[in-house]
Design a binder for this molecule. Sequence first.
Ligand code: AMP
Ligand code: MG
Length: 353
Amino acid sequence: MKTVIHKVQENENDREIYEKAGEIIRRGGLVAFPTETVYGLGGDAYNRDSSRKIYAAKGRPSDNPLIVHICDICQLPDIAVNIPSCVKDLAESFWPGPLTLIMKRSDRIPLETTGGLDTVAVRMPDHKTALDLIRYSQRPIAAPSANLSGRPSPTKASHVFTDLNGRIDMILDGGSVGIGVESTIIDLTSHTPMLLRPGYYLAEDFTEILGEVQTDPAIKILDSGLKPDENIRPKAPGMKYRHYAPKAELNIVTGDDKKVVEMINRLVAEKEKAGIRCGIITAGEDPSLYPLGVIKDAGGSDGERAYSLFGILREFDEMNVGFIYARDLSGGRLGNALMNRLYKAAAGKIINV
Ligand code: AMP
Ligand code: MG
């Protein structure tokens, strides 16, 4: 299959492109598109074959459900049933935006879209290209992140191209995304609303509307050593897979600043002596602290780090590094979301000094 790439510039000339893209979705094809979080791989949410194609293109396990994207709240009653009354207030405050809500699935949404679950994930993205694509398609769009399963989520159209060229019909290139990590997921079907995936929005952002919000114990970052408990199964099926995995072995090094720098320098020196190139992900500190290794700076603020992290993991994949040592990226609004992703990329490997 030939994958066509179109740059969208948010002007009149885009109309024809959206018409083509909408037609592809309506006839069961796949279109990758930018959102404010990461690039998504979209198909008709009502069409079971489209969802099957999404799983096949990504190599995604078919029990890992997709998120249904809408452009108007009017679409919701076709997608979910028993919609809780709080959804109106949540939508008013947080949509369009990086918030995904889990509700009971309507029969119009095939089980292929929800990975066999009786619940459905819905969000309205805060990105003109994504909203226009949904509008022109005239139906909700099921979309996971537009990467090969297990690879870091794409934050640029070029990342999508690297992973999915030849596997999908079209890529809408809308430049870089805004936030850089995936949406916050809240399950509204449990007795107490539950945060299933950390993102830009935090549990406390919802207390005014929802009252108590629990956090899925499987994703809780513990204070000591930041480690979630590996024996507890996460409630969002996607959170159980090794995600965002770089080719090199990634270790997170945490603890006292000075000791962390010493430890990273010692490990890099040992590896490089054995002829293994190493990467270091810094957190805005002075690069001259590290005399050896390939340094990539994630930035000093949580916003910069979210924007750059997945891209850095991909850049290291293209270089021949055997090991990556990452600084602790916690702190700030996106700190929890970042550590959740980094922890997965490291497959749990943390060196505490
Ligand atoms: P992605 O945005 O590619 O990371 O994929 C969507 C995420 O939403 C995955 O982590 C899924 O497990 C999660 N998700 C989608 N639908 C549901 C659902 N009905 N219940 C729980 N989690 C879901
Ligand atoms: Mg994903």
